[in-house]
Design a protein around this ligand. Structure first.
Ligand SMILES: [Fe+2]
Ligand SMILES: [Fe+2]
Length: 370
């Protein structure tokens, strides 16, 4: 194990996660309500503009994708079967239990965030193609969030999704930013789920909870959602050219680095899975980058010497911010500001790594291959 999972960092991360430890549904919902740079947010956008998308230019691929979603191969997947082993929540090491619950709450919130956005687009839209797509995606995300909540319920807690819908803050993103951010979150979600699934397939002794057995079919839903956003971006070449390439680079950098920092806050969870979070991060970035060549003209150079250094710097800075916040007072505030400055420097150092350019294929269509 490398630096971020050293004992010292584990303790520091534990403190950060400890701040948000959830033992009741109220606490779990409070964790899900948090809006920081690192926690899943709810989004709203210009739904009228999105409703005006014309998919005629990608009609063949579009109809094909929609037909596969309508066929609904995962209709009965998100149910507990005999494969759902008994979970020994009481016997789980408390610190691991805390991190795992944090992981489940954060995953549930992220899944539900998709559900809320897609459902709203479906409700507001009048374009039959758009309405149908968003209804199908909302269906999937509701299942995903509900299934994670079922798993949480066995530990005696659940996120109050109705309350979140009403009370969680909504962040406005213009449609093009929704495309970049949501496309990436779907594809990175696929890459995360399939990487854990394949790892546990080869190392079943590390499968400490049955939910991981569900990840294979699950990630195919996310892959399909990503395909839909790739097609939406294909309808307008301007979205992936000119100055927008800088925005794409920004979103790639932000999404990757957020994942890295967030995962390093859960050292015990990754240790229990038998996964080095540095290896896991790079593996997920590699898969996401390979997939994103279907529509983005650039990928990040994650083998550049500055890349890992910058991520580690960001991670250390985020610990400093969290510890400063917890400490409070003048010293805490100073610590927090220093941390924020270091985070900004870390982000700039990775954002300015030259990107790798490549040709984008005429059709974005891709099959899940990992
Ligand atoms: Fe999902
Ligand atoms: Fe999804």
């Amino acid at each position: 194990m490398n630096a971020p999972t050293s004992v010292e960092d584990a303790r520091a991360a534990d403190k950060v996660v400890g701040e948000e430890v959830a033992e009741t549904s109220e606490q779990a919902t409070a964790v899900a309500m948090q809006d920081t740079l690192l926690t899943p947010r709810f989004y709203t956008t210009d739904f009228d503009e999105m409703d005006r998308i014309n998919v005629e230019g990608v009609r063949a691929d579009w109809d094909d994708l929609i037909a596969r979603m309508v066929a609904d191969p995962n209709k009965n997947h998100f149910r507990k079967t005999e494969d759902w082993d008994e979970v020994d929540w009481e016997g789980m090491e408390p610190a691991l239990r805390k991190e795992f619950i944090d992981f489940l709450i954060s995953s549930c919130t992220a899944e539900f965030s998709g559900c809320v956005l897609y459902k709203e687009m479906k409700r507001r839209g009048s374009n039959p193609d758009i309405v149908q797509l968003f209804q199908l995606m909302a269906r999937d995300e509701a299942r995903h969030a509900g299934f994670i909540n079922d798993a949480l319920r066995e530990a005696g807690i659940a996120v109050n999704l109705g309350f979140l819908t009403q009370k969680k803050k909504y962040t406005y993103f213009r449609p093009k930013f929704i495309y970049y951010a949501t496309y990436l979150s779907e594809k990175i979600g696929y890459a995360r789920y399939i990487t854990i699934f394949r790892h546990l397939e080869a190392n079943p002794q590390h499968r400490f909870h049955p939910i991981f057995k569900w990840f294979e079919e699950w990630c195919n839903d996310e892959f399909g959602h990503g395909e839909a956003f790739a097609l939406l971006m294909k309808t307008d070449p301007k979205l992936t050219s000119g100055v927008n390439v800088l925005w794409i680079k920004f979103f790639l950098t932000a999404v990757y680095s957020t994942m890295y920092v967030r995962d390093h806050q859960r050292p015990l969870f990754h240790k229990a899975l038998g996964v080095d979070p540095d290896w896991y991060g790079q593996e997920v970035f590699r898969k996401t980058s390979a997939i994103s060549t279907q529509v983005f003209p650039i990928t990040l150079d994650i083998d550049h010497p500055r890349w890992m250094k910058g991520l580690k710097r960001l991670q250390k800075a985020s610990l400093k911010v969290a510890m400063g916040k917890q400490r409070g007072g003048v010293i805490g505030t100073a610590q927090r500001l220093v941390g924020m400055g270091q985070a900004a420097v870390g982000f700039v150092s990775i954002y300015t790594i030259p990107a790798i350019r490549h040709e984008v294929p005429a059709s974005s269509r891709m099959e899940p291959a990992y």
